[in-house]
Design a binder for this molecule. Structure first.
Ligand SMILES: *[C@@H]1O[C@H](CO)[C@@H](O)[C@H](O)[C@H]1NC(C)=O
Ligand SMILES: *[C@@H]1O[C@H](CO)[C@@H](O)[C@H](O)[C@H]1NC(C)=O
Ligand SMILES: *[C@@H]1O[C@H](CO)[C@@H](O)[C@H](O)[C@H]1NC(C)=O
Ligand SMILES: *[C@@H]1O[C@H](CO)[C@@H](O)[C@H](O)[C@H]1NC(C)=O
Ligand SMILES: *[C@@H]1O[C@H](CO)[C@@H](O)[C@H](O)[C@H]1NC(C)=O
Ligand SMILES: *[C@@H]1O[C@H](CO)[C@@H](O)[C@H](O)[C@H]1NC(C)=O
Ligand SMILES: *[C@@H]1O[C@H](CO)[C@@H](O)[C@H](O)[C@H]1NC(C)=O
Length: 524
């Protein structure tokens, strides 16, 4: 007997289970020649995606492809496993008894630029954009990164308490127009839309210039030693101000990309340089005691927040210089931009050396390499693929979460006062009262929506001509169901997923992505 039935009503796929109906609004696809499709949202229409309820002995595949499908759902019966070494298709043996890291979450950043673009949309579109990312009918993001003060994705350079100078008491620390008009409203809208707590990570790019050895927002400069405690208090004050606004920050990082301010040749990003030795001293003498002795003692302290290739510096060298940082630091954060230079295995090496510290990916975007890349590449599937593969590779090497950069940008990839334009999963078109969801948006969703906080990565074993081009990772969720995420970077193929004596088969074109949800509590 069919426990569920599907029918098409007014062009909307309605799926009914035991009388309850879940309607998904499909992508209003616009084809971009030579790329893929983008999904257009306007003031009265925006695509949604709901997770299907579990039905015993069936599994659900959510499928997206370069050819234009977006979270295309299909349900099928689990079969008794019939795996044979001689005649078989690429197979993953899933083993939920061997569990690895616990997942913290997925999300994006409420930069000034994201807030400005969001606020430039009509109210119905603002709601659609937030719901698309954070609600149960969207990607169910559960993390946000928020800058403490300005970044390159602001309309001007700024920090808090720029005046008076040399003010060790931070007597004039007030939030700015950008906090009240863009960042706080956006975070609060996300908190309201989300059915789970949003974990907010806050990061400073540059403190006020009077704290720095050279009075510049960008280029080489360090923290003046006489302001080490002031810079720790600066973080405390931010936590306090955001709490007053109803936002409890979950974690702080110890400055964005500290090596850019150390080497000094990247002039497009606000920064503050640190050596591992000075960073360690600041953490153990100032930041650590300040936070741990305060009402914010449970706020996570996350160091690194820099490119993957700097990981040994922000882990091994930092700890070698100042072993006591381990008393204060909860985790280490990595950025995306040089991942092609450094294999992901370096992540596992760090997690093996520091098994009690987590590794989290806190920033990523495409189009950031000047001259070589288009900043914005509307409809690019290649960029979605890069996101998907990077996330899989990070997660398979112990990373606990993955946070994208600007939640939305305009079609130039800004605003950015330093003209450091880049791409974003959502681009806004206020002049057409619309925004578009790029392929990258769906790549994020194949993880964020189906892998809730508290999930654990599980062991998989590859059999039967499994190819490297079949990227994969698997989890067991707190609901006790197994979720598999696959990206096919090769030829069309069938994939066999085997869980105990059960078997699920997925058909994948080249350049496609699938999330497979198996029902909970299968007796293995
Ligand atoms: C909004 O999008 C829907 C679906 O593509 C379309 O039918 C409708 O005409 C659009 N509305 C406007 C005002 O463009
Ligand atoms: C899902 O994909 C199948 C196969 O391509 C197609 O027939 C079906 O119409 C798609 N469903 C939706 C809702 O797009
Ligand atoms: C198992 O697979 C083999 C080879 O594909 C097939 O011949 C056989 O009928 C299958 N057995 C069952 C019980 O499905
Ligand atoms: C406090 O900061 C504001 C800018 O946010 C500035 O206009 C004002 O002059 C500062 N007050 C003092 C006493 O420096
Ligand atoms: C701030 O301190 C610097 C030295 O660190 C000094 O040169 C400068 O005159 C001071 N400025 C004011 C207004 O006190
Ligand atoms: C709290 O502050 C005291 C006094 O400054 C210091 O000795 C202690 O180490 C701090 N506690 C923590 C957990 O850092
Ligand atoms: C807001 O959108 C309008 C077009 O409707 C555009 O001209 C303007 O530059 C945008 N504002 C910002 C701050 O991006």
């Amino acid at each position: 007997m069919a426990a569920y039935k599907a029918c098409v009503l007014f062009g909307v796929l309605v799926v009914c289970f035991f009388g309850a109906c879940f309607a998904d609004i499909p992508c209003a696809a616009r084809k971009i020649t030579g790329k893929s499709v983008v999904c257009v949202c306007n003031a009265t229409y925006c695509d949604t995606i709901t997770r299907e309820p579990f039905v015993p002995n069936t599994y659900v595949v959510y499928y997206s492809s370069q050819s234009g499908l977006r979270f295309n759902k299909s349900r099928a019966q689990l079969k008794q496993a019939n795996y044979s070494d001689t005649e078989c298709i690429p197979t993953l043996i899933l083993n939920p008894k061997v569990k690895y890291q616990r997942v913290e979450g997925f999300g994006g950043a409420t930069t000034d630029a994201a807030g400005i673009n969001w606020k430039n949309l009509s109210l119905p579109l603002q709601k659609y954009l937030i719901d698309s990312y954070f609600s149960d009918k969207g990607l169910q993001y559960n993390m946000i990164r928020v800058p403490i003060g300005g970044t390159d994705f602001s309309t001007h350079a700024y920090a808090y308490n720029e005046l008076p100078v040399n003010d060790t008491k931070l007597s004039n620390f007030t939030l700015t127009y950008e906090d009240f008009h863009y960042k706080i409203p956006m975070i609060k809208a996300a908190m309201q839309a989300s059915s789970t707590p949003i974990h907010v990570i806050a990061t400073t790019w540059s403190p006020p210039l009077w704290m720095k050895t050279r009075p510049v927002y960008r280029g080489r400069s360090l923290l003046k030693p006489e302001y080490y405690q002031t810079y720790a208090d600066y973080h405390y004050k931010f936590l306090e101000k955001y709490k007053e606004q109803g936002i409890n920050v979950w974690g702080i990082t110890t400055t964005n990309e500290p090596t850019t301010g150390l080497v000094g040749f990247i002039h497009s990003v606000n920064n503050l340089g640190w050596t591992a030795a000075s960073m360690g001293r600041w953490i153990i003498m100032n930041l650590g005691p300040t936070i741990r002795n305060s009402t914010f003692k449970d706020v996570k302290i996350i160091t690194g927040d820099d490119q993957r290739l700097t990981l040994p510096y922000w882990a091994n060298v930092l700890v070698a210089e100042h072993p006591k940082v381990l008393d204060y630091v909860d985790g280490i954060a990595v950025h995306y931009y040089t991942d092609f230079l450094t294999p992901a295995s370096i992540l596992s090496e760090v997690s093996k050396s520091f098994p009690n510290k987590f590794i989290i990916a806190t920033e990523a975007c495409e189009g950031s390499i000047p001259i070589l890349e288009k900043h914005v590449d509307v409809g690019s599937w290649v960029r979605a693929k890069k996101y998907a593969i990077d996330i899989i590779d990070d997660i398979n090497h112990d990373v606990v979460g993955w946070i994208d950069w600007n939640l939305c940008l305009n079609v130039q990839g800004g605003p950015s006062y330093t003209a450091n334009h880049v791409d974003s999963p959502i681009l806004v078109f206020p002049e057409f009262n619309a925004f578009i969801k790029q392929p990258m948006f769906y790549a994020m969703g194949h993880f964020s929506k189906f892998v809730p906080r508290g999930s654990r990565r599980i062991q998989v074993t590859q059999k039967c001509g499994w190819k490297k081009s079949l990227w994969n990772t698997a989890f067991i969720t707190p609901q006790n169901n197994v979720v598999v995420v696959l990206y096919n970077d090769g030829k069309a193929t069938k994939v066999n997923l085997q869980l105990g004596s059960y078997q699920a088969v997925v058909e994948m074109e080249g350049n496609s992505m699938a999330t497979v949800e198996l029902p909970p509590n299968l007796s293995l």
